[in-house]
Ligand binder design. Structure first.
Ligand code: PMP
Length: 381
């Protein structure tokens, strides 16, 4: 018997758990982690090198603790693209939106408090809740993967959560959330916590640049408990950078500073993110191509005979695969053909990220072959 995690005095709620993470397998076509398939354009790579070289000259010093230049540029980007004016005071940045979410939970939840999400949704909301000692409540979602407002309101009224997560577009289903739904749940969450200063509602917009609909950012107007979280991992094609941010009332930005580690955002990260923001237009051009590819995947998967959930993101949920473990079996069969997609554990469904046209063709060819095999088997049976 080797010494393992459970021989250590770890917290009881971590015992027997596995770390988050999709398999990182070395296969020709990887469409499993919702990454942007396009490498950064060469002029941007050059600009990053320049900016990082400048930053390197001052690496003996701590970075700008408040990331003022970066937050100012992020505010400009939001104002330009989301149709609502925000400024430095509304914006906070951290190492990926995962860290933004962690800071929000450390500030507004934690031991003795709870957070709710409507599942299936981004599983890290639950895992970061656990990591911060926050009780996690799995709220309901409708058959078609939209949020059923009445059922969600009832869950909020019953559990009185301190934090409510609304992911739009949702991961792994691709489903966008209507502004009216966010408003209804915001009101329900404030009413349920009327005995306190209310509840924080986090709208996770990691994929919003790929959506057919506008950002929900304007809803922060006059709603100090509403926070919109964003990332440069998807639309900016910079998952390796680790840069996430939020927009909210300035009081929220002041509050998260109570828990952020000093100098959490390195000078190298700030310099790189600033370089990427200089190239916003080029990067958003790739987003347009990916939206076209996403729509093509939806159309072709349906033509092949799969069911596809309406998608506003850079990925598509497809199925259905009936029977216990059926989705995983298909996941393996697609993998055997050199294409890695994601089994998020949603019974009957798999998720594929929109890649380059060639990657998507390889994926479509694999599933077309599978479908053909299946119908041949059914005919001979
Ligand atoms: N929110 C959602 C809905 C996500 O799917 C992801 C990443 N898969 C994140 C947040 C976190 O992204 P990052 O930390 O790279 O910003």
């Amino acid at each position: 018997m080797t010494f393992g995690i459970d021989d250590l005095p770890i917290r009881d709620e971590l015992r027997g758990k596995s770390p988050y993470g999709a398999p990182q397998l070395d296969v020709p076509v990887r469409l499993n982690t919702n990454e942007n398939p396009y490498p950064l354009p060469e002029p941007l790579v050059e600009r990053i090198a320049e900016r990082v070289r400048e930053a390197a000259r001052e690496l003996n010093r701590y970075p700008d603790r408040d990331a003022v230049e970066l937050r100012t540029e992020l505010a400009r980007y939001l104002t330009r693209t989301a149709g609502y004016e925000v400024s430095l005071a509304n914006v906070w940045a951290a190492n990926g939106s995962n860290e933004v979410i962690q800071q929000l939970l450390q500030t507004f939840a934690g031991p003795g408090r709870t957070a709710i999400g409507f599942e299936p949704s981004y599983s890290m909301h639950g895992l970061i809740s656990r990591g911060t000692g926050t009780g996690w409540i799995s709220g309901p979602r409708g058959e078609d993967f939209t949020i059923d407002v009445a059922a969600a309101e009832a869950a909020i009224a019953e559990h009185r959560p301190d934090v409510v997560f609304i992911t739009s577009p949702n991961n792994p289903t691709g489903t966008a959330v209507e502004a009216d739904t966010v408003l209804a749940l915001y009101e329900a969450a404030q009413a349920a916590r009327a005995d306190t200063a209310g509840a924080i509602v986090v709208v996770d917009e990691a994929y919003v640049e790929f959506s057919h609909r506008p950002s929900l950012l304007p809803l922060i107007e006059d709603r100090p408990n509403l926070v919109v979280s964003r990332t440069m991992s998807k639309a900016f094609g910079a998952a390796g950078l680790r840069l996430g941010y939020l927009a909210a009332h300035p009081a929220v930005v002041d509050a998260v500073q109570l828990v952020r580690l000093p100098y959490h955002l390195s000078a190298v990260t700030q310099a790189t993110a600033l370089a990427a923001l200089e190239h916003t237009d080029t990067l958003l051009g790739y987003v347009e191509q990916l939206k076209t590819e996403r729509d093509r995947l939806v159309g072709e998967l349906r033509a092949i005979g799969y069911e596809v959930t309406e998608s506003d993101a850079n990925f598509v949920q497809f199925g259905r695969f009936d029977g216990e473990g059926a989705a995983h079996e298909v996941w393996q069969q697609i993998l055997d053909r050199g294409v890695l997609v994601r089994d998020n554990g949603v019974p009957g469904w798999l998720r594929v990220t929109a890649g380059t046209p060639a990657e998507n063709d390889a994926f479509l060819e694999a599933v077309r072959a599978l479908m053909k095999e299946r119908s041949e088997k059914e005919q001979s049976a």
